[in-house]
Design a protein around this ligand. Structure first.
Ligand code: PFF
Length: 448
């Protein structure tokens, strides 16, 4: 493969790739989902399993994705096809990329709805609507929001437009510029919130809850949730990281870069937990409150604390920024594909996709009101798409990428592109050839 760069552009440096990939990885998964699933699954034991999944399965698959993208310098579908052909395999491997594109579109449609709730809460925090609310009031406000399709549609539309504005501008003028501004802001906000959490009386209880590893608390269910979430949180299994990898400068080392992205994503999830649980415990609330943890429990907690309104506002801005940089990456592989395969203009591809995800998003936001009786296997559209992508499509995509990279791609290609020590190469091989396929198959089968 002789392409030196992608026609979409190249990141200005290895650091921009790290920040852009971290921007994709760090999102609602880290700040909304991770704390509530940790709360639901008992705390420390779950955190331990999650860390193991990231290290043994997530990072090796991320390396495979970056390798495939950077070698081909094309969108995921073409990249997989090229590499398969070069290794003497069937071009049908490109189907993994197609499934990934579809997963990105599905994820966007419910992601944008949740991001819309976040935008609503930024406004509510700023206007003082949530000052001193009781749990009942906060619950009622959240339910009122869910029951109001017009308001939800407004926020969902705004969020989709925010994402479109970045994606349409291209890799360097859009994605890279957004990364340069938003990622430092994100780290700054996170540190400010952690400082605030440390100053609350519940900090040590929050710390214990997250890091008290009691193996007896481990359940099979927790393992399933942890593995599924490790794909979602690292943006794996759907070609996003492959697309970002295709814009990576040639000289950057793949191994250390991937390690950095994985470490930053994990750090943010842990810090988000450490910022949230102390606030919950300081106010004597239940850490296992589920998806409402961020939208019901947290506003109540903030409402009762000194400077709570201000830090609550900062908190929701942080979540909004994180969701924005992730949502951008959900569309990028599909935009690149449409541009490269069908020679569409980037603007046409971006607008077309935005309209598609916007329409699907309406079905997701309708799940809470006018479409609540539309169900698939007993789940509303929102839950069904979350389940289908997180528990089936991403792990399936991940396992296929692992099998392809481990068993079907010529080993020499990997060595040429990744250039790590023999030891790391062997560890990677063991993971993608054996550990990941077995672990993910078990989880997939149990899930079904
Ligand atoms: N990693 C994002 C999060 O944790 O919120 C979600 C996500 C983004 C998943 C991009 C998949 C993806 F391709």
């Amino acid at each position: 493969m002789k392409n030196k760069t992608s026609i979409q552009g190249t990141w200005a440096s290895r650091w921009i790739f790290i920040l852009a990939a971290t921007g994709s990885a760090v999102g609602l998964g880290n700040i909304w989902k991770f704390p509530y699933i940790t709360g639901e699954n008992g705390g420390g034991a779950f955190v331990l399993v999650y860390l193991i999944c990231i290290a043994l399965v997530g990072l090796p698959i991320m390396m495979a994705e970056v390798f495939i993208g950077r070698r081909a310098r094309k969108n995921p579908i073409n990249a997989l096809e090229d590499l398969a052909e070069e290794s003497g395999q069937s071009k049908k491997w490109g189907i993994i990329g197609l499934m990934g594109m579809l997963a990105g579109i599905f994820i966007f449609s419910f992601y944008s709805v949740v991001a819309g709730w976040v935008l609503h809460y930024i406004k509510a925090m700023a206007t003082g609507e949530l000052a001193n609310v009781s749990s009942e009031q906060a619950g009622a406000l959240f339910n009122e929001l869910l029951a109001d399709p017009a308001t939800l549609l407004g926020w969902h539309t705004l969020f989709t437009l925010m994402v479109l504005a970045v994606v349409i501008a291209g890799v360097n003028k859009g994605l890279e510029r957004a990364t340069r501004i938003m990622m430092p802001a994100l780290f700054f906000l996170l540190i400010a919130l952690l400082g605030y959490a440390i100053s609350t009386p519940g900090f040590s209880q929050g710390w214990d809850f997250m890091f008290h590893f009691d193996v007896s608390e481990l359940s099979w269910d927790a393992v399933l949730v942890a593995l599924g979430h490790s794909f979602f949180t690292l943006s794996l299994g759907m070609g996003t990281i492959m697309a970002y990898g295709s814009y990576m400068p040639k000289k950057a080392s793949i191994g250390s870069t991937v390690l950095m992205v994985g470490a930053l994503d994990t750090l943010v999830a842990l810090v988000a937990g450490l910022a949230i649980f102390p606030i919950i415990f300081s106010n004597g609330m239940n850490p296992g409150a589920g998806p409402g943890l961020m939208f019901i429990s947290l506003p109540v907690a903030f409402g009762q604390m000194a400077f709570g309104q201000f830090f609550g506002f900062l908190f929701f801005v942080l979540v909004g920024v994180a969701a924005w940089t992730s949502a951008i990456s959900l569309l990028e592989p599909s935009v690149a594909f449409l541009v490269e395969r069908f020679k569409l203009k980037r603007s046409t591809a971006s607008i077309g996709l935005a309209i598609l995800v916007w329409l699907l998003g309406i079905a997701c936001l309708g799940s809470f009101n006018f479409m609540s009786d539309v169900t698939f296997f007993g789940k509303n559209t929102f839950d069904a798409l979350d389940y289908l992508t997180t528990n089936i499509m991403l792990p399936l995509g991940g396992i296929l990428i692992a099998i392809f990279a481990g068993w079907f791609v010529k080993d020499q290609f990997v060595k040429d592109e990744v250039q790590t020590s023999n030891f790391i190469h062997v560890c990677w091989k063991v993971s993608v050839c054996v550990i990941s396929p077995i672990a993910v198959s078990i989880v997939l089968l149990l899930n079904l």
